[in-house]
Design a protein around this ligand. Sequence first.
Ligand code: ADP
Ligand code: ZN
Ligand code: ZN
Length: 763
Amino acid sequence: MMNNHFADIILPLAVKGTFTYMIPDELTDKIVPGSRVLVQFGNRKLYSGIVSGLHDNTPSGINIRSINRLLDPFPVVNAFQLKFWSWISDYYMCTIGEVMKAALPSDLCLEGVTSVPVPEKYKPREETFVKLARDFSESELNIILDKLVKAPKQYKLLASYVDLSGYALGMQVKPVRKSLLIKESSSSPASIDGLVRKKILTLYTLETGRLTDTEFPAEPLKVLSGAQNTALYSITEIFRDKDISLLHGVTSSGKTEIYIHLIEEVLKKGRQVLYLLPEISLTAQIIQRLNKHFGAVTGIYHSRFSNPEKVEIWNRVAGADTAKEYQLIIGARSAIFLPFRNLGLVIVDEEQDGSFKQHDPAPRYHARDSAVILAALHKAKTILGSASPSIESYNNALSGKYGLVELKERYGLIKLPEIVLANYREAYRKKLMVSHFTPQLLEAIDNALANNEQVILFQNRRGFSPYIECPECGWIPRCIQCAVSLTYHKGIGRMVCHYCGFSTSIPSQCGNCHSPGLSARGFGTEKIEDEIRIVFPSARVARMDQDTTKGKNSFERLLKALEERQIDILIGTQMISKGLDIENLTVVGILNADNLLNYPDFRAHERSFQMMEQVSGRAGRRQKLGKVIIQTSDPDNKIIRLVLNHDYKNMFRIQVEERKAFNYPPFRRLIKISLRHKNRSLLNGFSDLLGGDLKKVFGKSVLGPEFPLISQVQLWYIKTILIKLEREQPMARARHFIAEAIEKLEKEKGASALRIAVDVDPY
Ligand code: ADP
Ligand code: ZN
Ligand code: ZN
């Protein structure tokens, strides 16, 4: 075979294309596509690059550098990934280097270093467990216990062990944590040491934390109901001639159990499964459920993991680690970038969720849509699951592009919650409001508390008040860097910008007319928490939002407290709307539905419907009937009426008509171009130039340039151009024109201080 002397290398840069380097002789038989290499780029700086291809065509006219060295003994990226990266870079109009940056754990991605740092090693967390020193028979154990009567502490300890391990019940013996044993038997480590010396107990360690205890016996799959079985059968039938199936099942219809059955089948065939969830907040409960069945082959991946952990998971998915290979990955959107070797199934749960889309930085990808492509590369099947599918997916299902499977009833024939509309405007007029709570909501909470049931209250705004205002002249404190008002956070006593994080102390007087006594307007979760504590002083209240879940395990702690009924009322943002499966939760309050509905976006109505359906779905998932109180000033609003009847189909029908009338997806493709500059008039000039060029090609499909709702962030002025491409227009050509127009603009004098971002499918 002829030796290749050159390698095309992807570098983690926002510069177009790949870079050619010479392969040193000693590496010619070691470097392959996917290898990670160290190269010099620019002046003295070192980068890690991924080899995308090898060839023997001497590049002309440039001074070719050599690869410095090969960084790993095996290729870090596989052939599927290289194809996938290049699809993302084409479709989402970003550089392949930007995809590389998003895809690789940052410990594998060196950027502009002067020497190669030694990466921190991943240290698995280990815990000490206790077991019997050998397989004692029951009678042997009784004799031992009898003898221990003279050592009451040790007796108590062994008795507790027998209890905790399930030995007493004749079941399979479970591993028992040393810490748990000490706590349960209220004894000391010294008494355990005593029993270890007597060769009755022995200590051993297991890897724990995010990994499962491999010794736990796998729990058998649940027996599916008739409806679930029919759905499972339909999915298998659909998969004979289609690759994608939409599972539309009402909340708590048992979709997750169906996924579990499908996963089992695929794992048995030795293929990998990717289970995507919209937010890591959701993962805790799902992980527990999946771990019970699939245990040690299950890995979890999301952005909150430390770098060494990410590298370790990466290697275990690739099968490059000595530890057991991961076959099932549960993850948030970035999990699509893991080095899967043979995917058999991709599940996208809550496929309608907006957090699958990455808005910033590039690549501005949608994880659901990208996952469909990833699955196709692997010839794997995809399931999109939802209680209220996105308009796009449902449309694809109706047109026959996807298969459609529906589950119309909750598992166990539990009724969907009763929905009550509470008109807060009327209640204010009649002076029946207590703080922000209508009589209907107060009564529902009262009843729930009286029956020891739990309540969640949903308000899609964090902080205390969205803004404060001078009652005299209407002055509102604003961010000094962004065109938005500052949110009042009472707990930390500051005004905070939710766009850039800027914060300042609370003004004691008006910044305009200097009159004292500014008033807080509107309400966020923090205020609701304060007031609920006043109205229900004996209830145990907690809050779940971005501010209370910053710590690594804070979400899990709140969830556990909720499961163990240590919380009566939980207040939260959309974080609480998804996935939660809490047995004793019967009442859901939506504090202000108008907020959701009035959001200026073409998806606002679809999203409001989905959000209300979803958060309602948390109520009454077991025996007791759930109740949902929606507070609104407009009970006749058509979307609210649809939620009242859980009427997805009509919501879909109305939305599709609107989308058609106003040229939105799925009838058009949207591409949004944002331009940012610190100088407003230069920005105007540049965006008019680009807008003009685009109009020459796309004509009336180009909207703008215009200032968006938030027209300045962190001192950068923003203008946007929206292109509504006709479906018939070839995408590749359109992208080419856009890229050309942008390149031309970038060559203009003074354009170096201009930032341009292209967002394909910006929704
Ligand atoms: P969904 O994913 O549609 O919201 P889940 O799969 O979470 O629904 O199911 C709702 C509840 O019903 C869960 O607590 C689940 O454990 C239970 N459940 C669903 N299917 C079964 C089954 N076949 N056997 C026993 N319990 C089930
Ligand atoms: Zn700001
Ligand atoms: Zn004033």
